[in-house]
Write a protein that binds this ligand. Structure first.
Ligand code: FES
Length: 181
């Protein structure tokens, strides 16, 4: 995943501070990566490399721990987080088709984030409203009985919202530009 402007510096700074706090003993690996994830929202590759170097362990060891526990995420969370339920009821009623629709529409795989960081996509276990299956949770909002057409509708709503925000921003910039003249 490509880093945004200034992100690498922030990652290095935060990771360094966390390493200084925890020390560089090998047994600190999990607490360190936990805190990096808490602070940055995910475990970026440069942070894992920095941790490996500081703890004097192979990078692959850090990566193995990060991928073994599913509490760790290797991609940044999107501005909008799409969680497709893959519990039994949702799976039986086509949850995998819904996941597939999101993957195709967003052009990412589950566990990934779109390059513009707008959406991240993940599969989750039963979210506790099986009667509404198949269920998708988007930014804490439960979408019930989702169909592939509804997937388009959900994403379209966000696209329209984004365009409107951009228009508003443009208007404000023009206003500010006009005032400066
Ligand atoms: S299986 Fe999806 S809500 Fe229970």
């Amino acid at each position: 995943m490509e880093l945004l402007e200034g992100e690498l510096e922030q990652i290095e700074k935060e990771t360094e501070a966390i390493l200084q706090h925890h020390g560089t003993e090998r047994q600190e690996l999990i607490p360190v990566i936990q805190e990096v994830q808490d602070r940055l929202g995910y475990l970026p590759l440069p942070a894992m490399e920095q941790i490996a170097a500081a703890l004097k362990i192979p990078e692959v060891d850090v990566y193995s721990v990060a991928t073994f526990y599913n509490q760790f995420r290797l991609n940044p969370p999107g501005k909008h987080q799409v969680k497709v339920c893959m519990g039994t009821a949702c799976h039986m009623l086509g949850g995998h088709i819904i996941l597939d629709s999101f993957e195709r529409r967003l052009e990412i795989k589950e566990g990934e984030t779109t390059p513009d960081r707008e959406f991240s996509l993940e599969r989750v276990a039963c979210v506790g409203c099986c009667a509404l299956a198949p269920v998708v949770v988007v930014d804490e909002k439960v979408e019930a009985k989702v169909s592939p057409i509804r997937v388009d509708g959900i994403l379209l709503t966000f696209e329209i919202e984004k365009k409107e925000q951009e228009k508003e921003k443009e208007k404000e910039n023009q206003k500010e530009g006009g005032q400066e003249e």
